[in-house]
Design a protein around this ligand. Structure first.
Ligand code: ATP
Ligand code: MG
Length: 407
């Protein structure tokens, strides 16, 4: 469905991506994917496979990326993303992202990138990789391009990534400041008005006067409702008309906002944050025997050496899993059983195993048809990429025109 066919007002747009650097794990599910699934029915969601971003840290091991692109999409579908409700696409198939990145790069001070907290953090953490590259320094600006090219209003991120959205806002403001309003704004407004019925144009002009000269808020509200709900107008046309109505001129790029994901960090098998780089993760589609094996091997409260030693759940990584996977009664059983040495650690781990397996059940069922027929997954990505690219192209037309790259 194209924008033009939307009969209702367009919903706010959301953009988010993940890097195909390995099998997704339960941390990704609880920290991000679950939220993506919820959002798809509330907003217009664009979710992309960030394969270029994966290259910023895996440029020496690209096979990992190749292996995981479609595997990751299967994980998304397994978690409940529905291609009929959201747009799933592949970053590297939309070269317009790179074009916008290049154009933004021209006016972006290096210091903006150097002060992004994840830059130094990740270099420290991933010491085995040489991350003193131009690509790694620049990746938050590539992220800015990913977001701005879709004029996304919301970017769901964890707190650690909020600084990237801030950089995106700065990049958008700077662009709008440098290249100002859309070129030929007035002529384009006339063209857009010509699409509307004569009567509607007359009414709009009248209420525009009421708003701009008399500050009539009702007139503004009515007109914005009319414009954003107009089925014959594309998104850029709606934005242009609204800007004309308000008398502001149309900003080319839109500043996005953080949609903070409140989910706390899911710990891994060792109690540290679950992460594939720490080797403490359980994959979303991990097999049953592996899940049992991994949970049974989990370390517990180090003070509880013998079965008869009482333990302290607060010092035990297994307890963190009970907080996610067990109901109040089971949690109560764990706390009293552990503190009194009434239950053994293996006994305590069983409800966690059961909880993970139960959560996984519907995901495995959803993944099954895609695993049986991988072509469906490719078709989903192809269709999503086509849809996303249409929007990306529209934005780049405006961007090139604003800079004056129409020789
Ligand atoms: P990993 O950290 O496993 O190496 P990654 O670095 O490729 O994976 P991230 O960018 O860290 O991926 O995570 C992608 C998304 O998943 C982010 O929104 C992040 O907040 C979320 N996430 C990752 N791990 C966890 C976790 N353990 N708990 C909660 N959310 C998580
Ligand atoms: Mg990570």
């Amino acid at each position: 469905m194209t924008q033009n066919n939307l009969a209702v007002a367009p919903r706010d747009r959301v953009l988010s991506g993940m890097r195909p650097t390995g099998a997704l794990h339960l941390g990704h599910y609880h920290g991000a994917l679950k939220n993506w699934v919820r959002l798809q029915s509330e907003m217009e969601c664009f979710y992309f496979v960030a394969d270029w971003h994966a290259l910023t840290t895996h440029y020496e091991s690209r096979e990992i990326i190749e292996k995981n692109v479609y595997e990751m999409v299967i994980d998304w579908l397994a978690a409940g993303l529905d291609p009929a409700q959201c747009t799933i696409f592949l970053q590297s198939r939309i070269p317009e992202h790179a074009e916008l990145f290049t154009l933004l790069a021209m006016g972006t001070p290096i210091s903006w990138l150097e002060r992004v907290p994840t830059y130094k953090d990740q270099q420290e953490k991933l010491k085995d990789k040489d991350l003193s590259t131009y690509g790694f320094l620049g990746y938050p600006l590539l992220q800015a391009a990913d977001i701005l090219i879709y004029k996304a209003k919301w970017v769901p991120v964890g707190e650690d990534q909020a600084s990237h959205v801030e950089l995106t806002r700065e990049a958008a403001r700077r662009f709008n400041h440098l290249y100002g309003k859309e070129a030929h704004f007035d002529a384009l407004v006339q063209q857009t008005l010509a699409v509307l019925e004569k009567d509607s144009v007359k009414r709009l002009e009248k209420s525009r006067k009421a708003w701009q000269q008399g500050g009539d808020a009702k007139a503004l509200e009515g007109a914005v409702g009319f414009i954003t709900g107009h089925a014959a107008l594309s998104t850029p046309e709606r934005e242009r008309l609204e800007a004309w109505f308000r008398g502001t001129g149309k900003a080319v790029l839109t500043e996005p906002q953080v949609l903070l994901t409140t989910a706390s960090k899911l710990p891994g098998l060792d109690g540290a944050k679950m992460s594939k780089s720490y080797n403490n993760a359980i994959a979303i589609r991990e097999d049953k025997a592996q899940i049992e094996h991994k949970v049974r091997r989990m370390p517990t409260d180090p003070a509880r050496v013998k079965r008869s030693d009482p333990g302290d759940p607060e010092k035990c990584p297994v307890w963190q899993f009970h907080r996610v996977y067990s109901d109040a009664a089971t949690q109560q059983w764990v706390v009293s059983g552990c503190k009194s040495a009434g239950i053994g650690c293996l006994e305590c781990k069983q409800p966690v195993i059961d909880g993970i397996l139960a959560e996984q059940q519907p995901m495995l069922a959803r993944a099954e048809p895609y695993l049986r027929n991988p072509k469906i997954v490719r078709d989903i990505v192809d269709a999503g990429t086509e849809r996303a690219r249409t929007t990306a192209r529209e934005t780049m037309k405006d961007v090139r025109a604003a800079i004056g790259l129409n020789y």
